[in-house]
Design a protein around this ligand. Structure first.
Ligand SMILES: *[C@@H]1O[C@H](CO)[C@@H](O)[C@H](O)[C@H]1NC(C)=O
Ligand SMILES: *[C@@H]1O[C@H](CO)[C@@H](O)[C@H](O)[C@H]1NC(C)=O
Ligand SMILES: *[C@@H]1O[C@H](CO)[C@@H](O)[C@H](O)[C@H]1NC(C)=O
Ligand SMILES: *[C@@H]1O[C@H](CO)[C@@H](O)[C@H](O)[C@H]1NC(C)=O
Ligand SMILES: *[C@@H]1O[C@H](CO)[C@@H](O)[C@H](O)[C@H]1NC(C)=O
Ligand SMILES: *[C@@H]1O[C@H](CO)[C@@H](O)[C@H](O)[C@H]1NC(C)=O
Length: 394
């Protein structure tokens, strides 16, 4: 239990240090004219890679890994340094090197073999690759929007915010892990028989999916949901051999790979037992097909659907249940909705959605990338982001 105490103390002190630099929360007028991306909030384009699903799982990631292995090694080193600073005498690293490799064999196919393939192609120890893959079950804070234009066409966008509490760099005013993740952002075209099965934006070395689209069928993003019945309990259960639940990022990948329609995706995302709570934001390929699935570990709570008759032409999800107010220190929902409301349905497009996702604090120090997806055209674009000062840390 003393690790948890150390961890809590660490979180509290980080929050205090960081927030005293930034009261009151930094907000701004809704941005316009940000697209095509340029200027100080745009750090760079994202490169496309192909993963061939016809290859055995252990070989699928080899090409990508040989290109990104140095970036992965750098990031793991930063995680270790941060861990060393608050867990005494390398105990956490022991756990990573000795216990986590054993977890890999308990993962369902194809994830067990893919992780081993990623480790061998990158030269990074298996326990550290496992850590990198479990990482996202905790602490991903994000904004996702699915919106329908006046022609019934669906547009889905998201900011992926990651790295909260992980090493605030006082000098650069940035999160160390967030910065280290930026070179790992990749777009991937997953192919079978030389045809696209789905497309995604992800982090090299991570076999799960947080953002993706099955062209002409559905689009999907995942946001973290904080809850007392959180990921820790699920992970502990997993270690204690209760393994009937699914890792949330692996479920997303499985659905993108194998579900064939919006309806099938919705029912799998609503019904599969999960290790940790989550929000799934799902868009379909025709009018009215958009929903927020709020997941407890075993059930879906108050699903919310697009409803044009009630004027609900978009759904916006951050990291709070839609029927509750957001945490006052972290309200990205109100500014995001304000900008969506100003945009108006006839004007919604990649251009205007990118403007919404570029407005602080929807854009913040944790924002790693922005992705825009249009299912009917099979189009996915993503951009690595920066949030120049002054900017909210989350
Ligand atoms: C912080 O800033 C210094 C100098 O400006 C730079 O050399 C360093 O790479 C930065 N660190 C990160 C994590 O961005
Ligand atoms: C795969 O598809 C690409 C274009 O989509 C084509 O150029 C290439 O020849 C195809 N390869 C095979 C082996 O069919
Ligand atoms: C998708 O289904 C195929 C065929 O059943 C299976 O081999 C594959 O592992 C599945 N993919 C995932 C990610 O579960
Ligand atoms: C929508 O998706 C379903 C299931 O994938 C497919 O049968 C249908 O043709 C798609 N409709 C359009 C307009 O793409
Ligand atoms: C945006 O519009 C919706 C629907 O009219 C309304 O319920 C919501 O309060 C508005 N939010 C903001 C922040 O303007
Ligand atoms: C949105 O479209 C309306 C016409 O439908 C136009 O008058 C208005 O200026 C547009 N607003 C923005 C923010 O582009």
């Amino acid at each position: 239990m003393s690790y948890w105490w150390a961890f809590c103390t660490f979180l509290t002190s980080t929050l205090t240090i960081v927030s005293t630099q930034y009261v009151p929360p930094y907000t701004e007028e809704c941005r316009t004219g940000m697209y095509p991306p340029q200027g100080p909030t745009f750090k760079g384009a994202v490169t496309w890679y192909t993963v061939d699903l016809d290859l055995p799982p252990s070989k699928r990631w080899s090409a990508l890994m040989s290109e990104k292995k140095d970036d992965i090694a750098n990031m793991i080193k930063v995680i270790k340094d941060i861990a060393d600073a608050f867990v005494p005498s390398g105990k956490l690293i022991d756990f990573v090197d000795k216990v986590l490799p054993l977890i890999v064999d308990t993962l369902p196919y194809p994830y067990d073999e893919e992780l081993k393939g990623i480790a061998s192609a990158s030269g990074v120890p298996l326990g550290e690759i496992a850590l990198f893959n479990l990482f996202y079950e905790v602490f991903t804070v994000c904004t996702s929007v699915v919106a329908e234009d006046s022609n019934g066409n669906l547009i889905h966008g998201r900011n992926l915010d990651f790295g909260l509490f992980m090493g605030w760099d006082m000098k650069n005013k940035s999160w160390q892990i967030t910065e280290q993740l930026k070179p790992l952002v990749v777009n991937i075209d997953f192919r079978r028989s030389n045809h696209t099965v789905f497309k995604s934006t992800g982090f090299a070395g991570y076999a799960g999916m947080l953002t993706g689209m099955k062209p002409h069928s559905f689009s999907l993003t995942i946001n973290e949901r904080f809850s007392m019945d959180g990921g820790y309990i699920g992970i502990i259960e997993w270690l204690l051999h209760h393994r009937d639940a699914m890792w949330m990022g692996f479920l997303t990948r499985t659905v993108l790979e194998n579900a064939t329609s919006y309806e099938e995706a919705r029912s799998l995302l609503s019904q599969t037992k999960l290790l940790a709570p989550a929000y799934y934001i799902l868009g379909g390929n025709q009018t009215g097909q958009g929903c927020i699935i709020t997941r407890a570990r075993t059930e879906s709570l108050k699903p919310l659907e697009l409803n044009l008759k009630q004027g609900r032409w978009y759904l916006l999800q951050t990291n709070y249940d839609h029927w509750k107010a957001p945490l006052f220190l972290d309200d990205r929902r109100t500014p995001g909705m304000k900008c969506m409301n100003q945009t108006l349905q006839p004007n919604i497009s990649f251009k205007t959605l990118y403007d919404v996702l570029s407005t602080k604090p929807v854009l913040n120090k944790l924002t790693t990338y922005t992705t825009l997806m249009e299912v009917s055209k099979g189009k996915l674009e993503s951009f690595v982001r920066d949030c120049p000062n002054p900017c909210m840390p989350w």
